[in-house]
Design a protein around this ligand. Sequence first.
Ligand SMILES: Cc1cc2nc3c(=O)[nH]c(=O)nc-3n(C[C@H](O)[C@H](O)[C@H](O)COP(=O)(O)O)c2cc1C
Length: 173
Amino acid sequence: MTVLVGYASAHGSTREIAERIAARLAERGVGAETAPLDAVGDADGYDAYVLGSAVHQMAWLPEATGFVHTHRELLAGRPVWIFSVGMPAALRGPWKPMAAKEEPKVTEEVLADLSPREHAMFSGVVAPEHLPGPGRAVFRAMGLRYGDYRDWEAVDAFADTVARSLHPAPGSP
Ligand SMILES: Cc1cc2nc3c(=O)[nH]c(=O)nc-3n(C[C@H](O)[C@H](O)[C@H](O)COP(=O)(O)O)c2cc1C
């Protein structure tokens, strides 16, 4: 059993979440490999898939949607989980409700090609040097703060769900 934990990451926080998921799966006895989705050698060579992307402009990065679209028939026959890495935890005050509204928009394109067992929406890292000038101005105007918003417990819990599903503990129903 080998799981591909494939990711698309612009600045590294999604890659680190993918690496954490793979490490946690391995701890739970599920073999896992990480790879950027634009550099997966043999997409057919895995028993299950955990696919994730950084979110830009409320959508997955093109290399992630491209991978899902190209391999949609293959993925339809195997267990797939997906995760998105945006900044819901950075939203404060009147902007907080935007987080729940964003999730369906973020997954819209990918769900046209895929029926994953679960989607997890994580928060990543927001740094001024990652945002273009207008993006920094909007961020400031919204009163938001830069930072590393990753919730590693939530990431581990997601990985544990995947592991339990693929490798049920002896005696579990
Ligand atoms: C240009 C740009 C656009 C972004 N747009 C969104 C967005 O629409 N929604 C969101 O929740 N996060 C957005 N983010 C935040 C990123 O998704 C977040 O910082 C994530 O951790 C980036 O992952 P990465 O480090 O793997 O690239 C944006 C970040 C950048 C740099």
